[in-house]
Design a protein around this ligand. Structure first.
Ligand code: PEP
Ligand code: MN
Length: 345
């Protein structure tokens, strides 16, 4: 039994279309009441290094067209060039997505936006814009704006798939949720989906991320499903079997009420705490300014690496005892230290 509301978008299918049989088998299994609402498969695979499976190309589009006809599932694939887009439209794809590598390049995004403009609105597919590889929200915002300008709010969605990061993360791509929240703030009417498969990088971690996204109020998920994940030609580690996918979706529930009940008291408490917290931060900056004056007098440089290391180590130890995420604490400390240095200038 699927408990999600009907408008929750669950895009599912293999990372890549590998053969007609693999595509049709996956689609048949997914069409049997699993909760999948759109079928996905990569036809052109952007690989970071050469020598890996790069997708079947145009032939696979005919398999996707067959999925649409046989199983009445809308179909989606990745496009990275105007030629990919032309073929996707020719084969009647309902959705196309701009992958993380494409969103990284404003030239590529603009070329796709210009190509879309040349088609009648009625034949344009809905466009999903994934976040770029790097945690640069302006690139993601810019890509959404370029597409939005052509197709309008009804035909664009955002996909949060996580970011490459040098700090170790439990996941293949660090979620950095706050960047997605910021996109939500900037584009309140554009649906936000979570690609828990590319974010997790490991089938065993897809469930926890999917649940988190649903609890946060995302409008849907994009998940990779392969009939035999262990022999998949790309992203084998992160693909779910159709059974695992069905189990995952059946256990999900979403939070879609707009109500605010019971929150007023707690919100007031948060507002009061924020007020005190910010007053303390301002006080801290005034002390920083006095330190800055003392350093200037004594000819000491502002940046004292050992002192900051000492503060950080102490705070990270303390964070552990208070169940605070060390990465979040580090981010806050770094931001506060940077602002503090500015007050010492
Ligand atoms: C994909 O969805 O198969 C893909 C390549 O995704 P991303 O662009 O997020 O890496
Ligand atoms: Mn993939």
């Amino acid at each position: 039994m699927i408990r999600l509301p009907l408008n929750t978008l669950i895009i599912a299918g293999p990372c890549a279309a590998e053969s007609r049989e693999q595509v049709l088998t996956t689609a048949r299994l997914l069409s049997e009441g699993t909760g999948c609402t759109v079928f996905r498969a990569g036809v052109w695979k952007p690989r970071t290094q050469p020598g890996h499976f790069e997708g079947v190309g145009e032939e696979a589009l005919s398999w996707l067209r067959e999925v649409k006809q046989r199983y009445a599932l809308p179909v989606a694939t990745e496009v990275a060039t105007p030629e990919h887009l032309r073929l996707a439209i020719e084969y009647g794809l309902d959705y196309v997505w701009l992958g993380a590598r494409t969103t990284t390049s404003p030239f590529m995004v603009q070329a796709l936006a210009d190509a879309l403009r040349a088609y009648e609105p009625a034949v344009r597919p809905c466009v999903l814009v994934k976040n770029p590889l790097s945690p640069d929200i302006r690139l993601w915002q810019g890509a959404v704006e370029r597409i939005l300008e052509v197709v309008g709010e009804e035909r664009v969605m955002m996909v949060h798939r996580g970011f490459s990061s040098s700090t170790p993360s439990r996941y293949r791509n660090a979620p950095m949720w706050s960047l997605a929240f910021e996109m939500r703030r900037m584009f309140p009417h554009i649906p936000l989906l979570n690609d828990a498969s590319h974010m997790a990088g490991d089938a065993a971690l897809v469930l926890e991320l999917s649940e988190e996204a649903m609890k946060l109020g995302y409008e849907g998920l994009m998940l990779e499903v392969h009939p035999q994940p262990e022999v998949a030609l790309s992203d084998a580690r992160q693909q779910l079997s159709p059974e695992a996918f069905h189990k995952l979706v059946s256990g999900l529930s979403c939070r879609c009420s707009d109500g605010e009940w019971g929150l007023e008291g707690l919100r007031r408490e948060i507002d009061e705490l924020d007020e005190s917290l910010w007053n303390l931060i301002v006080q801290r900056m005034h002390v920083s300014r006095r330190i800055g004056e003392a350093k200037k007098e004594a000819g000491i440089p502002i940046l004292r690496r050992e002192r900051y290391e000492e503060l950080l180590t102490k705070r990270l130890e303390w964070a552990k005892e208070h169940d605070l995420d060390p990465v979040a604490v580090r981010t806050i400390m770094d931001a506060m230290h940077e602002e503090s240095c500015r007050w010492q200038l």
